[in-house]
Design a protein around this ligand. Sequence first.
Ligand SMILES: NC(=O)c1ccc[n+]([C@@H]2O[C@H](COP(=O)([O-])OP(=O)(O)OC[C@H]3O[C@@H](n4cnc5c(N)ncnc54)[C@H](OP(=O)(O)O)[C@@H]3O)[C@@H](O)[C@H]2O)c1
Length: 326
Amino acid sequence: MKFKRLGSTGIKISPIILGTMQFGWRINEEESFKVMDKAIELGINCFDTADIYSRRANSYPGKSEEIIGKWLKDRKIRNDLILATKLRGAMSDDINDKGLSRRHVRQAIVGSLKRLQTNWVDLYQIHSFDNDTEIEETLHALNILVDEGLVNYLGASNVHPWQLVESFWISEKYGYARFETVQPPYCIIRRMLVEHQMCHVIKKYRIGVISYSPLAGGFLTERYSREQSLPDTPRGEGAQKRYFTDKRWKIHESVREIAESKDVKMTQIALAWVLTKDIITAPIIGANSVKQLEENIGALEIKLEENEIKKLDEISDWIPDFEAIR
Ligand SMILES: NC(=O)c1ccc[n+]([C@@H]2O[C@H](COP(=O)([O-])OP(=O)(O)OC[C@H]3O[C@@H](n4cnc5c(N)ncnc54)[C@H](OP(=O)(O)O)[C@@H]3O)[C@@H](O)[C@H]2O)c1
């Protein structure tokens, strides 16, 4: 496993991160333990979670962190792991138990550390910005957590480039820790959020990029095709609403074609394509079983030829309305 530097920070992470959004609702505790054990065995040293995972009808917010916490306590490998979590989502019906106010930042870290059964979080990410709180208040509150040693680095998910740049100016002005990473969605059918303006901010400020949904939540697998009915998965309808367009089916078919020609899985081609992009530090994968995890990590062994990359790049290219400033 070739480890990568996380942006400008001094830490190194595996080129693939294990996502844990599915723990506690899609897969139970026992299966989650097996997936985490296998991830460590395969050389993954970074896990991503969030306080609100798994807020679902059959689960509750905090469950994913709870499962990780139990596993960490049992396996006693906290020091070997780069642990990333997030805050901002509603943890209860209490109007103040969400967002990025000073009050909730404190409440959120106390809750996450307790559930994760650890004294520190390596990467603490805002899940998105909170339009009801001034960014100065949030950054001040987060900076205190860094000073206290509860958090090593800060990150930001689902943010606009201008918000990130503004946050850098504020961090610099007050001497606060800045956001060292971004966590946007990125895959072959969803490129624009990274490749449009964010990529310039990432390069200029040397930010680490840990992108999510590299398989478009499972759409980029053999289980989906234009001809067949929806696969039996709770994510099927979401995929249908978001991704079933002619252009995306064409990309899907190209990924399938290349996978078949190399006798590998579509997941591996979709992930291998993300891994060719220098702008991405590491994609975060969601695996529901050891089998899925092993298959996905297999992408690290896949070598896409120049002509294959070109074909995939071209078929998935996006065209901005204001091409002149691309
Ligand atoms: N910051 C954010 O807002 C945000 C949002 C989303 C995700 N994330 C993070 O990113 C992680 C990954 O996101 P994601 O789950 O959307 O990633 P993904 O890798 O695009 O999709 C994972 C889904 O793909 C399917 N899958 C995975 N491996 C497979 C295989 N080998 N064969 C067949 N199907 C396979 C499974 O679908 P089925 O469940 O249908 O079996 C699984 O749930 C999350 O766990 C979370 O840590 C962050």
